[in-house]
Design a protein around this ligand. Structure first.
Ligand code: GLU
Length: 288
């Protein structure tokens, strides 16, 4: 058996108590406050054009949660991607990506605003940098703003402020940003939506034998080593999603990585169904 197959076995067979998984799915289902993160691939088509079909699907899924009385904060990527499609330009430099983000971000927000109008729901834009998250005063202001928007029934939509996020201000990817926000605003659940269905024992795009890992708890090290092997470089990718989900789980909140194209994906999570990969909350007891 190859090392990768061994690692896959370890990730899947490590004894995770089935009751703990059920309890985590129930905890996720009853979350009052949910942070949903959507990646560029979940919002753009193969030509890097903003896909209104994908965006409407995401908004429909969020509306399902709001209909159940939950508060939802959306962390959305797609600014650079949409900008690229909008002007038909493939960026070569960081400065060009930054410029593209400013084109795509406004298009993205206009599309969200129209799409949420279908539910008579208003949206708000927050563009953040690492500096804003690290500085307690700034973070308090962000949190107060988000609390006020949620009280008003508005959906806060957050992205990194790519135009001013030079190296030292950069968060780097929205997976990290979404976990920081989820922890900072004391959310009850982080759902990371991606174009693959969750965390697999290999890269599902290239490996037909890759199997979905249902739950991550004390098999975390095995899962992480698979991810390190199968991950490709660049922003996002499965590694940062796994790190983000793990981070929130260490703060006692479940993290779920699930497929953005899965039908009714958020409603099914709210129905305690088995969807994607759940990271079991760590509550200071040996409950993994
Ligand atoms: N802020 C970038 C954008 O909206 C995305 C960063 C990421 O992919 O996580 O295009």
């Amino acid at each position: 058996m190859s090392d990768a197959a061994d690692a896959g076995d370890a990730a899947n067979t490590a004894a995770i108590d089935a009751d703990a998984v059920t309890a985590a799915r129930e905890q996720a289902a009853t979350a009052d406050r949910v942070v949903v993160k959507a990646g560029t691939n979940s919002l753009t088509d193969d030509e890097s054009n903003l896909s209104l079909q994908k965006l409407d699907k995401l908004v429909d899924d969020i509306a399902d949660l709001r209909d159940r009385g939950k508060q939802v904060v959306l962390v959305s990527s797609g600014a650079v991607g949409a900008g690229k499609g909008r002007i038909g330009y493939e960026e070569e430099t960081v400065e060009e990506s930054q410029a593209l983000s400013t084109i795509g971000q406004s298009q993205l927000m206009a599309a969200y605003s129209d799409s949420f109008d279908r539910y008579d729901t208003k949206v708000a834009q927050l563009l953040l940098t690492q500096h804003d998250l690290d500085n307690p005063d700034r973070f308090t202001n962000i949190r107060n703003t988000i609390e006020t928007l949620l009280e008003w029934g508005v959906v806060p939509i957050i992205n990194e402020n790519d135009a001013i996020a030079t190296e030292e201000l950069r968060i780097g990817d929205n997976d990290r940003l979404s976990s920081s926000v989820a922890i900072g605003i004391e959310s009850d659940l982080l759902v990371t939506l991606t174009d693959v269905g969750g965390v697999y024992t290999g890269n599902p795009k290239t490996d037909d034998d890759a199997e979905l890992i249902d739950a991550v708890g004390r098999n975390y090290d095995a899962v992480q080593s698979i991810v390190d092997e199968s991950a490709t470089g660049g922003f996002g990718g499965i590694r940062t999603k796994v790190e983000g989900a793990r981070r929130v789980s260490e703060h006692g909140m479940p993290g779920i990585i699930a497929g953005s194209t899965a039908p009714d994906v958020l409603a099914r999570i709210a129905d305690s169904e088995t969807v994607g990969t759940i990271f079991l909350p760590i509550n200071g007891t040996d409950n993994e």
